[in-house]
Ligand binder design. Structure first.
Ligand SMILES: [Zn+2]
Length: 432
């Protein structure tokens, strides 16, 4: 069953049969899932769950959300981050699908009052995927979010993410010695992917690199997993042991509280520590950090940089349309006036009868995603502002003065390189 998304032609009512449904190959945490012990639940929800995921994968979606709305459940499919309706499910179906997906992800289907997250290894049309599943209690039940990582589409290192060479090299040099490098942004803005990009950018040939968190199915070369914590050992204890084992660089859990922030900064004199934290922007992240650590001078001393990604859609390289921008238009944008060519989505011809849709993007005009980045580097002047309490307005003013790379400026770089269109840049900066 396809949930009303494909524009079906009358002549091919049975086209579902051509699609082999997705295979679930087990949770990413390596646990065995006992489907037999949950036979009733499996019978009620597994086929429907597979249909929904298969439908999403067939449309190369990167996300799928199921949430209760009154007596129904709505399904939302995200394609390159853009939400689209994926139909509705009855309350019973929605519940069964949600519980079965939790089960297959190695989570506890009975636990419905606390948030849970896990992952499923999956295969569809001979391609491997990782489905990151999270459930969140909401007033009408539970919201299920499935993020789809296509293991074949590489958005793994900094360059693939779209990071400019100058910033990439700067980060490489900043991660060469002890200190703290963080990636920040609102949820869903590419923070975790960027954090792994920063980790992969560390020179692993000269440094001993460790991770203390589940990599969510990512392959990490030259990175050891710290998997032998002593019973009851806290984060500071683990970091001390890692430093003794001659670790240089450690990826730690997201900084959400003082319990993580304090030990990270306490050990940052002997380790390069990489982590992520949720914040509106880089300056707000520094302020939150100072509050959590409770010692502005310590943050000022050890923080090296905070990077913020923002995702936008990549123009389809097969059908993007070149145009010549007017020099005064470029000047207004702050782009070099010597730039000869920009690219945009081609218009669909009005007489569409003989029009063949683009074989790559089906005339969406965009294919895949890319990120632009802001970077707050802790320069001597920034250090002073942090030590004085990290006022976000003062940090922003100083970044401007030092011509730090901002999201807008970095986005324009991607426009100038023809990676994305000006229209897309305007769309992502439009207030929601
Ligand atoms: Zn195209």
């Amino acid at each position: 069953m396809v949930f009303g998304f494909f524009k079906k032609k009358e002549a091919e009512p049975e086209d579902d049969d051509d699609i082999e449904p997705v295979s679930f190959l087990g949770p990413t945490n390596g646990q065995e899932v006992n489907l037999k012990a949950h036979a009733k639940l499996v019978e009620a929800g597994l086929v429907r769950a597979k249909d929904l995921v298969t439908d999403a994968l067939a449309q190369r979606a990167d996300g799928l959300k199921i949430e209760p709305k009154g007596q129904l459940n709505t399904v939302t499919i995200y394609i390159d981050g853009i939400p689209q309706s994926g139909g509705r499910l009855s309350k019973a179906e929605g519940l069964a699908v949600t519980q079965v997906m939790k089960l297959v992800a190695g989570l506890d289907p009975k636990q419905r009052t606390a948030p849970q997250s896990g992952g499923i290894k999956a295969e569809f049309e001979s391609k491997k995927y990782v489905l990151m599943v999270s459930s969140t209690p909401v007033p009408d039940g539970e919201r299920l979010m499935i993020r789809i990582n296509d293991q074949a589409i590489k958005l793994e290192n900094a360059t693939e993410l779209g990071m400019g060479e100058e910033m990439r090299l700067k980060l490489k040099s900043l991660t060469n010695s002890p200190g703290v490098v963080l990636v920040t942004g609102p949820p869903g803005s590419g923070v975790t992917t960027t954090m792994y990009g920063v980790l992969r950018n560390v020179d692993a040939y000269i440094h001993n690199v460790f991770t203390m968190i589940d990599s969510g199915g990512r392959t990490l070369f030259h990175v050891s997993t710290y998997d032998d914590p002593v019973q009851g050992e806290d984060l500071e204890g683990s970091l001390t042991r890692l430093a003794r084992r001659e670790a240089n660089c450690v990826l730690v859990e997201p900084i959400r509280s003082a319990e993580v922030a304090k030990p990270v900064f306490a050990k940052a004199d002997s380790l390069m520590i990489i982590s992520e934290m949720t914040a509106k922007d880089t300056a707000s992240a520094v302020q939150a950090l100072v509050q959590q650590v409770g010692d502005p001078a310590l943050v000022a001393e050890h923080l090296r940089a905070i990077v913020q990604p923002k995702l936008l859609r990549r123009l389809c390289q097969a059908c993007r349309l070149a145009y010549r921008p007017k020099p005064d238009f470029l000047k207004k944008l702050g782009l070099p006036e010597t730039l000869k060519t920009l690219y945009r989505v081609p218009p669909i011809p009005e007489d569409a009868k003989d029009h063949e849709p683009c074989p790559k993007c089906s005339d969406v005009g965009y294919l895949g995603r890319v990120a632009m980045f802001e970077m707050l580097e802790v320069t001597p002047a920034i250090k002073e502002i942090i030590a004085a309490g990290a006022d976000p307005a003062a940090l922003r003013a100083q970044m401007k003065k030092e011509k730090a790379t901002t999201l807008q400026a970095d986005g324009l770089r991607l426009v100038a390189e023809g990676v994305t269109a000006l229209e897309e840049l305007q769309r992502v900066f439009k207030p929601a």
